[in-house]
Design a protein around this ligand. Structure first.
Ligand code: ADP
Length: 470
C-alpha cells in the first residue's frame, strides 16, 4: 500500500501555527526580552539624566561659591564675567529683591528665582520661565552669602539644553535599537525553535503511517543527542516491543491453528478409512481414537482460552490464603489415581513425603492448574519416580517437582516455558500435552509474585517454584 496519508501537521492553516510551541516560545522570548529592554532603557535614561543634572548642579555650586567669596570680600563687581566654559549665568540679589550684580550682558531686572536657601544647603531647582529665556529650561542653584552691605542670595542658572539634547539622542537611539534587537530576538527564536522542532514533524509524519501491518518501520532519530532524539529513540524501542509482541502473537496463532489442525486431520483420516471399509472397521476403536482427538482439542482450546484471558488482562477472582500443601497433595493423589485407571504404567512412584505445610496468598484455581501442569509433566516423563517437595522458609514457599525421566537440556531451560515450546515434537504431543502447560504455569506463578525455573540435575528434570508465603 502506498503511503497515502499526508502529514496532518504540514497542512495546518497558518493561523493554527500561532498556537504551536514555536509561536508560543517566540512570543514568550520576545515578551520577556521586550520587558527587560524597556526597563533597562527607561532606567538608563533616568540615571543618565540624573547624573547629568547632578554634574550641572555641582558646576553651578562651584560658581556660586566663587561669587559668594567675592561678596564676603566686598569685591563683588556690578557686572560678573560669563562663567567660563560652563556657560553659567549668575545673579546676586539682596534681601529686598534688588539685583546687586549679574552676569555681563544679562538683561534682567527680576530675580531668577524666588527660593532661598535655608541653613547651609544649596538648593537647586528646575525653572522653565526665566525672564531672559522664556521657553527654555534652566537649572538654578541658590547660595546665601553675607557682605558689607548685608545678606544676599547668589543664583547660578545653567541651561538644561545639553542635557535635553543628550537624553533626546539616547532616546532616539533606544527607540530604533530596542525594537531592532527585539526583532532579532524574535527571528532567532523562531528560526532556532523551528529548526529544533523540525524532527518532531518528521517523527509525527512517520508515526502517522505506522500501522499494525508496518510495525517494522521506525521514526527518524535526529543526530543531536537532545530531548527530541531521546523521545524518538524511546518511540523506536516501543515499536521494537510492539513488533516483537505482534510477531509472537502471529506465531502463537499459527502454532495454535497447527495444533488444532493435527487432531482434526487425524480424526478425519480415521473416519475416512472407517467409512471406506465399514465392514473391516473396529468401530469401538475408531470411536476411542476420535474421543482421544476430541480430548486433545478440548484441552488445547481450554488452555488457549486461559492464555487469551490472561493476555487480555481479564479480572481474576480476588486472592485468598491457600494451603499449597493441600493443593500439591491432592494433585499428586490425582495423578496416582489417573495413572492407575489408565493403566499406562503402574510402577511410577510419587513421593510426597517431603511436602510440609505452606500457605500462600493467591487464587486457588490458578494455583491448582499450575501445580497440576508440573506434576502431570513429571508423571508423564518420569521413568519410575516423581519426587515432590514443599517447604516454607523466610517468607517463601518453595515447591520442587522432580522426576527421573529424560530431563531438559541446559539450552532448553528457557524455551520450555514458551508457548508451544516443545523440545521435541514427538515427545510432548504423543504424550498428550498441548505444549502450553509450562507457559501457563509460568504465567500463574509470576502473577502470584513467584518464580519458576528448571534446575540442572544429573538425571531427570527438576522444576523449582517459589511463591511468597501468606
Ligand atoms: P506439553 O504439554 O507438551 O508437556 P509443556 O509446556 O508442559 O507442554 O512442556 C513443554 C515441553 O517441555 C514439553 O513438550 C517437553 O518437551 C518438556 N518438558 C516439560 N516437562 C518435562 C519433564 N518433566 N521432563 C522432560 N521434559 C519436560
Amino acid at each position: 500500500m502506498a503511503v497515502a496519508e499526508s502529514n496532518p501537521h504540514a497542512s495546518r492553516p497558518w493561523w493554527r501555527r500561532l498556537t504551536t510551541v514555536r509561536a508560543r516560545t517566540t512570543a514568550a522570548a520576545t515578551l520577556i526580552v521586550g520587558l527587560a529592554l524597556g526597563l533597562a532603557a527607561a532606567g538608563l535614561v533616568v540615571l543618565l539624566a540624573r547624573s547629568l543634572v547632578q554634574h550641572i548642579d555641582a558646576v553651578a555650586e562651584a560658581r556660586a561659591e566663587d561669587v559668594a567669596g567675592l561678596v564676603r570680600q566686598g569685591s563683588l563687581p556690578r557686572t560678573l564675567s560669563v562663567g567660563g566654559d560652563d556657560g553659567t549665568l549668575t545673579e546676586v540679589v539682596d534681601d529686598s529683591g534688588r539685583i546687586v550684580a549679574a552676569t555681563a550682558g544679562l538683561d534682567v531686572n527680576a530675580p531668577f528665582a524666588d527660593f532661598r536657601p535655608t541653613g547651609s544647603e544649596t538648593p537647586a531647582r528646575t525653572v522653565d520661565d526665566l525672564p531672559f529665556a522664556r521657553g527654555d529650561t534652566f537649572r538654578v542653584v541658590a547660595l546665601r552669602a553675607s557682605g558689607a552691605e548685608g545678606p544676599v542670595t547668589v543664583y547660578v542658572a545653567t541651561s538644561m539644553e545639553p542635557v535635553e539634547d543628550t537624553i533626546s539622542i539616547l532616546t532616539q537611539a533606544l527607540a530604533i535599537g530596542a525594537p531592532a534587537l527585539l526583532g532579532l530576538v524574535a527571528l532567532t527564536t523562531w528560526v532556532f525553535v523551528g529548526r529544533a522542532l523540525r524532527p518532531v514533524d518528521a517523527i509525527g509524519a512517520e508515526a502517522d503511517v505506522i500501522s499494525e501491518r508496518s510495525l517494522h518501520r521506525r521514526v527518524p532519530v535526529p543526530a543531536a543527542d537532545d530531548e527530541v532524539s531521546r523521545l524518538a529513540s524511546t518511540m523506536n524501542r516501543m515499536l521494537d516491543r510492539l513488533e516483537a509482541s505482534a510477531v509472537r502473537q502471529r506465531r502463537f496463532v499459527a502454532d495454535a491453528s497447527h495444533e488444532l489442525q493435527s487432531p482434526l486431520a487425524a480424526a478425519r483420516a480415521d473416519l475416512e478409512v472407517a467409512l471406506t471399509h465399514p465392514d473391516r472397521t473396529d468401530w469401538r476403536e475408531t470411536a476411542g481414537e476420535l474421543l482421544d482427538a476430541n480430548r486433545r482439542m478440548e484441552r488445547l482450546v481450554r488452555d488457549l482460552l486461559f492464555l487469551a484471558r490472561v493476555d487480555a488482562g481479564a479480572a481474576r477472582p480476588p486472592a485468598v490464603p491457600v494451603d499449597l500443601d493441600d493443593v500439591v497433595l491432592s494433585e499428586a493423589a490425582g495423578i496416582r489415581w489417573d495413572r492407575s485407571v489408565d493403566g499406562s504404567d503402574g510402577h511410577t512412584r510419587v513421593d510426597t513425603s517431603h511436602v510440609s505445610a505452606a500457605a500462600v496468598c493467591g487464587r486457588r484455581d490458578d494455583l491448582v492448574r499450575a501445580v497440576r501442569n508440573l506434576i502431570d509433566n513429571a508423571a508423564r516423563y518420569a521413568a519410575s519416580a516423581v519426587h515432590i517437595e514443599l517447604t516454607s522458609d523466610d517468607g517463601t514457599a518453595t515447591l520442587i517437582v522432580a522426576d527421573d525421566g529424560p530431563g531438559i537440556a541446559d539450552v532448553d531451560r528457557e524455551r520450555v516455558f514458551e508457548r508451544f515450546g516443545r523440545l521435541d515434537d514427538s515427545r510432548g504431543r504423543h504424550a498428550g500435552g498441548t505444549g502450553l502447560g509450562l507457559a501457563i504455569a509460568k504465567e500463574i506463578i509470576e502473577a502470584h509474585g513467584g518464580t519458576i525455573r528448571v534446575e540442572s540435575v544429573s538425571r531427570g528434570a527438576r522444576f523449582v517454584v517459589t511463591l511468597p508465603s501468606a
